[in-house]
Design a protein around this ligand. Sequence first.
Ligand code: G
Ligand code: G
Ligand code: MN
Ligand code: NA
Length: 254
Amino acid sequence: LAMDSALRRAIKRNEFFLVYQPIFNVSTGRISGLEALIRWQQADGSVLLPAGFVPLAEETGLILKIGEWALRTACSQVGLFSRAAGIPLRMAVNISPVQFREATLIDAIREAVDSNDMAPHQLELEVTEGVLLDSSDEAEETITQIRKMGIQVAMDDFGTGYSSLGYLKRFPIDRLKIDRSFVTGMESTQNDLALTEAVIKMGHSVNAKVTAEGVETALQLKYLSKQGCDDAQGFYLAKPMRAEQLVEYLLTGS
Ligand code: G
Ligand code: G
Ligand code: MN
Ligand code: NA
C-alpha cells in the first residue's frame, strides 16, 4: 500500500524517465533502432528498475498512465535521435498486457504518432506472450488494427512462454525478439546455439525480422551473423542511455 501511494505521487511529480538502448543491424553494423526502457528516480535519488515497480503498477492499473507517458515521451524524442543519427530510427516501446487490453490503446498510439515528427513504421510495440494469453480474439484484432496503421508489432522474450509456436501461428507480427537466456547460452551450450538458429529461421518463415537480445560478446554476435539474425542488442554493442547521452553518442558515434 505504501508503494501504491508512492507510485501515485511519482506520477504527479514526474519521477519517471526513459533510457534508450541502441539496436544494430547485424549485417551492416549500423544502428537501426532504439528500445525505450523506463526508470523511476525516487525522491531519495535512488533509481528503480521496472522489475521493482511495473508489477505493482500493473496490479493497481497505474501502468495505464505510466505506459501512456512512456509511449508519448519515446515518440516525442525519436525525431531528435533520428536527426542525430542521420537516418530514421525505429523506436521500440514495451507495452504491458494491461495496457493492451484497454480500448484506449489504439487512440493513444495514433495520437503519439500523429503529434510527433515520425512515420508510423518507426514505432514498434513490444508485446509479451502475456498479451496473447487472455481473450485471444480481441488481442488478435488489436494487433491487426495496429499493423493496419503501419505500426510494427514485436513479440518480446520469444521462446520463454508456454506456446511460442502457437502464438506465431496465430498472431501476425513484424518481429521476434529472441530472449537473452538463449543468447547467453550460445557459446557454452550446443542446444542454445541450435535454438537461436531455429528461432531465426522460424521468424523468417513467417516473414518477421529477428532481433537477438542480451548480446554480451563478440563471439555471440559472430554466431548470430552467421545464422542470419537481422538485428542485435546488448551490452557488447551499447548500454541503455539517457536522452542527452544518447544524442552525444549518435553524433560522435561513440
Ligand atoms: O530496463 P530493464 O532492462 O530492467 O527492463 C526490464 C523489462 O522491463 C523489459 O524487458 C520490459 O519488459 C520492462 N519494461 C521496460 N520499460 C517498460 C515500459 O515502459 N513499460 C512496460 N510495460 N514495461 C517496461
Ligand atoms: O524488454 P526487455 O525485458 O527484454 O528489456 C531488456 C532488458 O535487458 C533491459 O532491462 C536491459 O537493460 C537489459 N539488457 C540489455 N542488454 C543486456 C545485456 O547485454 N545483458 C544483460 N544482462 N541485460 C541486458
Ligand atoms: Mn523489450
Ligand atoms: Na525481452
